[in-house]
Structures are given as C-alpha cells and as structure tokens.
Design a protein around this ligand. Structure first.
Ligand SMILES: [Zn+2]
Ligand SMILES: [Zn+2]
Ligand SMILES: [Zn+2]
Length: 465
C-alpha cells in the first residue's frame, strides 16, 4: 500500500509517508519541542484539578474532557467558521469518523501479549512498543484511519482564520492526550489478566476498590429520617489465589465504615484487617487498583515498604490502572452488592444501620463482610510527595538484590527503566513515624459458598473493550 524509502544509515527500508507533514514523530515533537521522550508522553497524566469518577457518574474524566467534549467543540467551530456547506459537511463527517475510530476501532486494533508485554505490529499506528518509544523493528503498514487525525487538523488549519489556530492547536493537543489515554488503558487493563496467569501456589493477586458511598435506604423514600444521613464507605478487597483443577479462587473482603475519609490510612487499615484474620497468608502479593488518590499517593507507597516486616509478605508490585477504566471482576462484585441492597430494601428491610449492609450482602458467594474503624490518632504532619509519583503506574518493593529496601517505580509495567527511591530518601520525605494500622474490626461474616473463576485463557492475546 505505501511506498518505501531507504534509511541512509541502516540501508533498510523505512516507512515513507505520503504526506511528509504528518510524520508520526511530528505528532509528539510538535507538542513537546524540547525532546520529551515518548514514553513520558504516554505516561503523562493530566495535571490540574483531579476529578474523580463520582462526579461523572461512572464516566472517566479524561474521556469526558478530552474525548467527548473536544469532538463537540470541533463540530461547533466548523459550523461557525466554514460557510461553504459541502466543505462544512465533509469536515463534520471527518470529525465523526475520527471520533469513532479513536473511541472504538483503535482500542481493538492494538494488542498486548498474554504475558502483559507490548507486541510489535507491522502497522506503525498500532505498534505499542513504538508508541512507548521501544521498537526498533520495521513497520511497513499504515492504518487507513489513524493518520486522518493529523491530516484533518492540517486541513482545518489551512481553512480557518489565523486567530482560530491557537484554539485548534489546543483541541489537537487534547485529542493526542486522549489517544495516549486510550493506549495506556488497553495496555494497563491487559496487565490484570497477565498477572492472574502468573499466579503460583504461594502468591495472591489483590484487586482493591472503594465502592462509592452507600446511603441509607428505605422502601418509602420520603421518610424524613433518611435525609441528611452521611452514609458509609465500603472498601472491597478481592483476593485471587490458585486452586486445584485449573481454577482461581476469589475471596472478597468488604469493609463498611462510618468513617468516610477514603485515604491511604483507611486503605492500609482495611488491608491490615484482612491479614489479621487470614489463616494461610500468601508469601507474595501483587496489588491492582485504579489510580485514585486514596491509593496512588506517597504515604501508601511508603507504607507498603513495611509489609515484609509487619506481615511477612513480599509485595511484588502494585499496578495502577486508569481511573474509572478498570474492567475487572471488582466491577461485577460491586454491581452484585448494589443489586443485593436493592433487593433487600424491596422485600421490606431498610438500610438504616451499617449492619444492614452486612445483612444484605453477606450471602454473596466468596464474600466476607465486616465493620472497620481506622484509628485516627495520627498527627496531621504531611508526607512529602515522592518525586514524579503521578506518572508512575508500576511500583515495586524489592527485598533482595542491590535495591533491597528501596521503592522502585516506572511509567508503565514492562516498559523502560525504574526510578529508585532509596530508604534514606523515603525516610526523609516522611516527618511522621510510619506505624502499623490498628483498626477496630468486627468479626467478619463467613462466606457460605466459594467463588471460583476459570484461569484466563493464555492462548489469546487480549484485545479489550
Ligand atoms: Zn477514559
Ligand atoms: Zn514495532
Ligand atoms: Zn488505526
């Protein structure tokens, strides 16, 4: 389909771009002229006000702001400035095509190997190692849709009045962020399956998530005493372990609390509560969560360095997925909880006390539920942020080798090199003594039935969404 040119240095054919202006390198170098590495670009998480998904009713904030809204804005700009109707229609059509491709087709086109590694693709637009700045192989194909994004903006900039160019550039940059977000999403979600496949008899995968607040509920919604109540936090920990007959065992630990501060201390206390009651503690664990501020923060990362001492558990890694985008079993667990509560109220009970939550969900299979109250007698002295933390999506706490005792982090799992935070660095960033959580916990309910799932299929490389 495309013609070739030979690289004068290597004498190997390189992809010849019919329109030199839309060189793939250009898309990154234009935005980051001072040679920002592409890995950094792909790992870049939007600064600015962090909107968590509660505000958006389940919609990820990056998708909302950088996906949906930008396409609407572009359509408005075109309608306003392009008077020739046939040109206008063509441009509006382009916007629709680009939107559909970025939203749906692109995420299916890129693929990740079952071991969680990025897989080279002959098509330069879909090669993940290339997008992450790690591919030396040849790319002989171009996607027929992906490059339209660049030619579209070139066309638009040639038509629109000069004073609109800045605005258009701004929209383009947002769409490139959106593209990076889509790419990270597919890659990171594939890590869930890859980690489950790596389970052995000594380890466990922990997927953790806060269910949004549970509010008091009654069949008669108008009852005045239900107004003004704060509700409860529900924190869920799913523990995956290997069982016989090629299945995985899932144990769900749900903690409810009137303490609605969802922070590192609550998270650490909830995890502590699970290990307190566990008979066969795993020798190693890997944690997976979204990158919400109650997990993805310096205090939490420093606390994890103590697990070997506190619980004799090696923390292999913590992998952060994009907020609101993790399509994991925890979503279906929370859907089951919501359903169970609804049913409980429909048959005449009320969610009046926290213990009502317990009664309504304790029969879900594999589920153990109890109350937790983190002790909050800590001082309010802050922990200094670990440098670069917001871009780091994979964390490790090695217990052997040259980096034993350090905290290590990198932008994406299996990509690039680690940043090391030495024990001295981490000690200096914390003015407070890190202490073992000591929460008040009730006796958790005992599940009546097991929850098992088949081991994910290793033959198919995972294509998502
Ligand atoms: Zn999103
Ligand atoms: Zn490649
Ligand atoms: Zn494509």
């Amino acid at each position: 389909m495309s013609s070739y040119k030979v690289d004068p240095r290597t004498n190997r054919p390189i992809l010849y771009l019919l329109d030199q202006k839309e060189s793939l390198w250009k898309r990154f170098s234009e935005i980051y002229p001072n040679d920002m590495k592409r890995t950094v670009f792909m790992g870049r998480i939007e600064d600015g006000p962090y909107r968590y998904r509660e505000d958006l009713g389940g919609l990820c904030s990056i998708c909302a702001e950088y996906g949906y809204e930008v396409f609407d804005d572009l359509a408005k700009i075109i309608r306003l400035h392009v008077e020739n109707l046939s040109v206008q229609n063509k441009l509006l059509q382009d916007v629709e095509l680009i939107k559909r491709h970025m939203k749906r087709e692109y995420v299916r086109e890129i693929s990740v190997k079952s071991n969680g590694h990025a897989e080279h693709d002959e098509c330069i637009d879909h090669c993940l190692p290339y997008a992450f700045g790690e591919c030396n192989k040849m790319h002989s194909i171009r996607c027929s849709h992906c490059p339209k994004l660049y030619s579209f903006f070139d066309k638009l900039e040639s038509i629109l009045p000069a004073e609109e160019i800045q605005l258009i550039d701004d929209k383009k940059e947002k769409l490139l962020h959106y593209l990076a977000h889509q790419t990270r999403k597919v890659y990171l979600n594939a890590q869930v399956q890859a980690n489950l496949l790596e389970l052995d008899n000594d380890g466990a995968i922990l997927i953790v998530d806060y269910k949004m607040c549970i509010l008091p509920k009654s069949a008669q919604e108008s009852k005045s005493e239900f107004f003004g109540k704060k509700g409860w936090t529900l924190h869920s920990i799913l523990i995956y372990t290997k069982s016989e007959n090629e299945k995985l065992n899932v144990a769900a630990f749900d903690h409810w609390s009137a303490d609605t501060r969802q922070d590192a201390w609550f998270t650490a206390s909830s995890l502590h509560a699970v290990f307190e009651v566990m008979d066969n503690k795993p020798k190693w664990v890997t944690l997976i969560s979204d990158n919400g501020p109650h997990y993805h923060n310096s205090e939490m990362m420093i606390i994890m360095a103590y697990w070997k001492d506190w619980y004799d558990i090696e923390v292999k890694s913590w992998i952060f997925l994009e907020a609101g985008e993790a399509k994991t079993a925890i979503d279906s667990h929370h859907a089951q909880i919501a359903h169970a509560i609804k049913r409980y109220v429909r048959i005449g009970f009320e969610i009046r006390e926290g213990s009502d939550i317990e009664n309504s969900i304790k029969d879900l299979c594999g589920t153990s539920v109890g109350e937790i109250n983190p002790n909050r007698e800590k001082t309010d002295k802050k922990i200094k942020s670990l440098v670069g933390i917001s871009n780091m999506n994979e964390w490790k706490w090695p217990i052997n080798g040259p980096f034993a005792g350090s905290i290590q982090a990198r932008t994406l799992p299996n990509i690039g090199s680690f940043t090391n935070y030495s024990p001295i660095q981490t000690r200096n960033s914390s003015k407070i003594e890190i202490t073992k959580p000591n929460p008040m916990i009730s006796t958790p309910s005992v599940p009546k039935s097991l929850w098992t799932i088949p081991v994910p299929n290793s033959d198919t490389s995972s294509k998502h969404l």
